[in-house]
Ligand binder design. Sequence first.
Ligand code: AMP
Ligand code: ZN
Length: 478
Amino acid sequence: MSLKLYNTLTRRKEEFAPIDPAKVRMYVCGPTVYDFAHIGNARPVIVFDVLYRLLRHVYGADHVVYVRNITDVDDKINDRAARDFPDLPLNEAIRRVTESTAAQFHSDIAALGVLPPTAEPRATEHIAEMREIIERLVRGGFAYVAEGHVLFSPGAMNAADGVLPRYGALANRTLDEMEAGARVDVAPYKRDTTDFVLWKPSRPGEPGWPPPAGIAGLGRPGWHIECSAMSWKHLGETFDIHGGGIDLVFPHHENEIAQSTCAFGHGVMANVWMHNGFLQVEGEKMSKSLGNFVTINELLETDRFGGRRWPGEVLRLAMLKTHYRQPIDWTVDSLIEADRNLRSWARCWTDDVEPGFDPGAAEILSDDLNTPRLIAWLHMTFNEAEKGDAAAGRRLTATLAALGFSSLFSKLKGAPGTSAEHNAAIESRIAARLAARRAKDFAESDRIRDELATMGIQLKDGKDPATGEPVTTWEVKR
Ligand code: AMP
Ligand code: ZN
């Protein structure tokens, strides 16, 4: 089977050929841990999880290495730490922010049906590798020291002979264009407007590490060097796939390429560069000030969006309905629809089927992760299964499980109404809800109603004609 992936670097869909098929290597830029992850951050997590699953299918589960980092050095983290823990020493405050945010991220994305990556390196654990790369860049004439900073010079990179790529190749811009577009308030220690920071000094009280050679005093790394260091440590000087959101193409990924290729003297850092499109909410850019900032956690744990909590698998399916390179408009309607799809598919879920992509499904996905077409295939296969084709039911189940939806179906399995025990469980939830309503705890009563709804149980409230007491009946929603 041939796998085709769109490569931002060449702006074409290309046949994927790993450097070593026994060890396919992929790096994806992970979150900066200073706040709850929003639903846009969930997109690369889900998209590259689907790619990871497909690569494991094609090359074997033991032959794919997937690294997704955690950025735990960043000015935004420092600001948050000072704001949230003003009484603690800054380093302690930072540790609290990064640890709790990383734990929150893990618990949020666990609900999305994603496999853990092979490695999840943290920037703070790779400062030595960053120093090493920075020193190589200075020795090679690609970077210089100025006022306690180390700066990378794209101009020096483009002036060098040999195998190095051209700075700007990924973003598809020339240095001249970038210089023309540079801001006017360029830091005075920069020789050129396009030079970017590899290392900067830390002020007293700020987190700091021993600096690269030629600099005095503690300092901290720039953002781009973190990913060059972590990918080098875990995947080597050159690897197969590098991913992230489209916002990272420039400057982050352009600068990663510059650092890694100049430090190691190769023409490539990663062969294939993949970028997911941006997500916006109900037609607008997500932002705190517009009040449309949606965190993964709010969707999972509160009823703020659409009046109910959403299972992670619903978010996952809603996300995969759009091809990963297209922008997504995130709507509650898309969640309602995904929820309905999953509940229908659950009717054909078969318990004793091994997870695994059906060959037809794998082929569709191999065309640059064509998840919209894959979902059409799922609908078609479901229709066959509903008509009594048991093999279609098994193909559907195996493929849904391979795609990361199995945990929801094991929750839904045996669809309600099949056993006395199950019915008793539903009746007891309904009794608890009626008790909550009598106690005027409507949040709890709604919560129970939603919980039953995710199991496909629809409640109908009425009154007992004889006594006038509230009664609730239920049915399985088809
Ligand atoms: P950050 O924590 O902002 O560095 O983002 C972590 C990952 O989420 C990166 O791969 C970003 O490109 C991606 N990302 C951030 N915002 C969005 C969005 N609105 N839509 C899609 N991807 C996003
Ligand atoms: Zn990165």
